[in-house]
Design a protein around this ligand. Structure first.
Ligand SMILES: Nc1ncnc2c1ncn2[C@@H]1O[C@H](COP(=O)(O)OP(=O)(O)OP(=O)(O)O)[C@@H](O)[C@H]1O
Ligand SMILES: [Mg+2]
Length: 231
């Protein structure tokens, strides 16, 4: 469904990701891991169209979308849950979800369906988003992406700042999302969490791919993650 090849992107003169190639299948999960500043968020922003590619290609459902606008990509079914959630704090939970309706596609994820998936979000629907806990805000951010009925969900550090039980609870919702045929590309610093759910793992080190594979062990990953052999 998503096919990225030789993708390079920069902030001004500074190249942040270099020559990245990866693929995500419908109903599959690819996890991108890497240390602070490795380029994980930059990769997601480039796929979502928020940062232009300087070279390489992004194919989605067989179409070359490398030069398409971010809005066009949402309409095609790519939804980003950004790092830090980026909700509108003074709007209610439901109003936050409604902000995504402009780019809504047809599909199973109605407001009622996302409320069924996240009962706590449903309970909080009339509260201001800024007054929710971190976990509730993260669930709301995922719900906001889901109501667009994405074919591909880009998740940037779901676990950031959350307690283990809350993280586990959020991750436990992913199978219901995959069951709709949605593919997930997730970014994590919590490597063990990422490895638990992902079909394959892609490790970035200083903007470049240091390791990719299925069924990797922590020992395989440590060198690729930190750039040194920890043994
Ligand atoms: N808006 C920006 N302008 C300039 N440089 C940036 C910008 N955003 C990120 N960078 C730089 O690009 C590189 C990759 O950053 P990125 O945010 O993609 O890393 P990351 O892997 O998501 O890190 P983290 O785990 O801290 O979220 C870093 O060197 C960072 O300083
Ligand atoms: Mg990041």
């Amino acid at each position: 469904m998503l096919n990225v090849s030789g993708l390079t992107a920069a902030y001004g003169q500074v190249t942040a990701i270099r020559d990245i190639s990866l693929a995500v299948d419908a109903g599959g999960i690819l996890a991108v891991i890497g240390a602070n500043g490795a380029g994980k968020s930059t990769l997601l922003k480039t796929i979502a169209g928020l940062l232009p590619a300087t070279s390489g290609t992004i194919f989605f459902d067989g179409d070359d979308i490398t030069r398409r606008s971010a809005f066009d990509r949402v309409r095609r079914g790519i939804a980003l849950v950004p790092e830090g959630r980026r909700l509108f704090p003074s709007l209610t939970v439901q109003e936050n979800l409604q902000t995504a309706f402009a780019s809504k596609r047809k599909g199973a994820w109605t407001l009622d369906a996302v409320y069924d998936l996240f009962p706590l979000v449903a309970e909080r629907r009339h509260r201001r988003a800024g007054n929710l806990s971190g976990g509730e805000q993260q669930a709301t951010a995922i719900a906001r992406a889901l109501v667009t009925n994405p074919k591909l969900l880009l998740l940037d550090e779901v676990s950031l700042g959350l307690a283990p039980a809350i993280i586990a609870d959020l991750y436990a919702r992913l199978p219901d999302i995959l069951a709709q045929g949605t593919g997930i590309l997730l970014v994590e610093q919590d490597v063990s969490q990422a490895m638990k759910v992902a079909d394959s793992v892609h490790c970035l080190l200083q903007g470049a791919t240091s390791l990719t594979g299925k069924n990797l062990t922590m020992a395989d990953i440590s060198g690729a993650y930190f750039g040194v052999d920890k043994k």
